[in-house]
Design a protein around this ligand. Sequence first.
Ligand code: UDP
Length: 354
Amino acid sequence: MTFSIVTVVGARPQFIKAAALSAAFTKSDRSTERLLHTGQHFDDKMSSIFFDQLGIEPPRWNLAMGGGNHGAMTGRMLEGIEKILLENTPDMVLVFGDTNSTLAGALAAAKLRIPVAHIEAGLRSFNFYQPEEINRVLTDRVSELLFCPTQLSADYLQRENIRGKVEVVGDIMHDSVLLARKINAKLSTPLDDLELQSKGYALMTLHRAENVDEPVRLAAMIDYIRSQAAGQPVIFPVHPRTRQRLAEFKISLDGFRCIEPVGYLDMIALLEHASELYTDSGGLQKEALFCETRCVTLRDETEWPETIETGWNRLWTATHHEPLSREPVFGDGTTAHKIVASVETYLDTRSGLL
Ligand code: UDP
């Protein structure tokens, strides 16, 4: 018997995680995994480049449902995903992280009584004004399998008396970084293309609503990075949302080298050689740690406090990093295989019970 799995993706970080997971599913003859792309991120630089470069099978379905306010977007996705699940009746639905696509995929499946597995379960920023925090908490509530990256995330779930089965499997982004490094050895040359010296530049990304939608805060962050970088070039692959806001608020980017968003291979190569990273991305805080590049997180709290404890990361509100530690807190880069094995064991048990 072959299990049928639908993995819902929609945003850039999910394509990166799907690359590692789909590679592990391909190696199993017990399951067939198909990707459902909601279309939350749709332009080439935010979507198709990841499928092309990371060798991911093109999505079996693409709903093209990006754009609009959170409620409208999530509602359209919910309807579109439900239709596909009704027609295809998979054994399980997998979702990653904390986007609107995550929540829509989890809700659509749970209401059809299709079991949901949440990858990156149990993360908490404890800032309930953040749309991502709402998506995380609600997705965890309706999931049957909760794959936690660290013990801390599993502890949070235990405190919330979560209903599903909680398992600490390590962080799938570690698998993704290892995959990119393997391909990069042959392919990526962004330092040459941008005429940069290793450790001679800083790297930054900025895209979260709470940072870029408010002109005073956005300007304060730009000023902060400019002063911290102290004359070093700052390479800034600009997220489409941030580009729009910077233009709208007429904020000067003197001293920054703004480029289009880059593919994952270039991002990892740029990160490995940067002197420091400034970011509000969740994923990049860990990638910096895996690449041993110091990170300053442009947020007032983080859902990845483990990265702060290692000393490789600090919040912009803190003045210095903790002493460095090399304790591996995010697993050993075999998370995708652990997830596939656990999903298949769960479905075996379930089919025995039905
Ligand atoms: N990333 C990328 N190109 C870029 C900027 C980011 O490949 O120009 C990658 C980055 O390495 C990380 C992911 O995209 O793996 C982070 O995505 P994002 O910041 O959109 O989301 P978050 O991590 O906050 O969920």
